[in-house]
Design a protein around this ligand. Structure first.
Ligand code: NIG
Ligand code: FE
Length: 381
């Protein structure tokens, strides 16, 4: 089955030589981009779609989410908006609600959020565990996550749960032992929250090494709440991505620029915590690879909208619109070490969004406006 999308006003492919082209057409065959060229000159296909001069972009790759959970923390958000700071301890509130929820309730909550994401143009999502924090609860979160995506991440090291308050070393032993044993088969990645009130650099190193020894890829939450050695540790371990990067030292920026560890920025977090936004220019100008993701979670960033995050990134983090779109598509793919998604070059998956706009600039120019006309994905992805 082949499909021709013709009369595209602006097509973004993210190809190096020519990342975007005006008045374009694209042919999809078997879920893959088979041909890209000028409007009106494409080969015949089984199905025809007239884009009517709309902009076509790669589907968003949201490389960071925590959407297997129960409960609501809107009261915590309300307190933050009247001056309270964000603290890692709020995670325990969601842990209690998640442990008390049934499998069916958790699956339904996750499904609803995946549907929200998809309606806003996200075609690949990474999903973390991290609100169970027992072997059985982490494993069930990952079992649910993997029914929605292949990009599943074991985050048993999200925070030390209340029952291990006086024995954090015992909790690290559980995460790297029995919990990893039951979670590894359900996960592609291992993550750790290395920050104030969570895990320190030595604990994070032990946890990530245990995961990589079991074949999981490393990723990390770092420098969200304070500068620390987290970013340098991520680079040292060859992590695919270090996420947040809100408080970076010059040495962190240099280390990221010289590595292939992606710096993933999460605009929804600064928006929802009133922390200062990181300046993407610092990273981009140094030559680091930068991604944008939602970090959809009930505590620090309860948005499922990549268009919203792109708009905030442009407005408040100093991305250009083109840089922000790249970071939200190809950047997310790099953060997941994927080359089959994040762009629309011939041979890549035909995961795409037809925008109800002539240009992707409208994602930031028209913030909060539903601009997704149609989302198309290759089968099984
Ligand atoms: O990425 N920082 C750690 N984890 C999440 C927040 C989780 C929560 O507050 O429930 C984050 O921001
Ligand atoms: Fe997160």
């Amino acid at each position: 089955m082949s499909t021709l999308i013709d009369n595209i006003g602006l097509l973004v492919t993210n190809e190096n030589e020519r990342p975007e082209r005006e008045r374009a057409a694209l042919v999809i065959d078997g879920g893959t981009v088979a041909w890209v060229g000028d409007a009106g000159s494409a080969p015949d296909a089984d199905e025809f779609i007239d884009a009517k001069a709309r902009c076509v972009i790669p589907g968003f790759v949201d490389s960071h989410s925590h959407i297997v959970f129960a409960g609501d923390r809107s009261a915590e958000f309300e307190h933050r908006m009247t001056g309270q700071p964000y603290a890692a301890g709020g995670i325990r509130t969601t842990v209690a609600a998640t442990r008390a929820a049934s499998d069916a309730e958790l699956a339904a909550n996750t499904s609803r959020l995946v549907a929200e994401m998809r309606a806003q143009g996200t075609t690949t999502v990474e999903i973390k565990s991290g609100y169970g924090l027992t072997a059985i609860d982490e494993a069930r979160a990952l079992a649910i996550a993997k029914t929605f995506t292949t990009e599943t991440t074991f985050l048993g090291a999200h925070v030390v749960p209340a029952e291990f308050e006086d024995d954090p070393a015992g909790y690290v032993a559980l995460v790297t032992g029995e919990m990893l044993d039951v979670c590894a088969a359900h996960a592609k990645w291992i993550d750790v929250f290395c920050d104030d009130g969570a895990f320190d650099v030595d604990q994070a190193r032990a946890i990530l090494r245990a995961g990589t020894a079991r074949g999981l890829g490393a990723r990390m939450h770092g420098a969200q709440l304070a500068p620390s050695g987290a970013v340098q540790l991520a680079v040292e371990l060859g992590a695919a991505s270090v996420d947040h990067c809100t408080f970076l030292t010059d040495a962190d920026v240099d280390a990221l620029a010289e590595s292939d560890t992606v710096a993933t920025l999460l605009p929804g977090v600064e928006f929802s915590t009133r922390q200062p936004y990181p300046d993407a220019r610092r990273l981009l100008d140094a030559g680091a690879t930068v991604a944008i993701a939602c970090d959809c979670n009930p505590g620090s960033s309860f948005t499922s909208s990549m268009p919203f995050c792109v708009a905030v990134a442009v407005r408040d983090m100093n991305f250009s619109p083109a840089e922000a779109l790249w970071a939200a598509t190809a950047g997310g793919a790099a953060a997941l070490r994927r080359t089959d998604i994040g762009g629309l070059a011939v041979g890549q998956r035909a995961d795409l969004v037809i925008l109800d706009a002539p240009s992707y600039v409208h994602l930031a120019y028209r913030p909060g406006v539903p601009l997704v006309h149609r989302v198309m994905t290759a089968p099984a992805g």
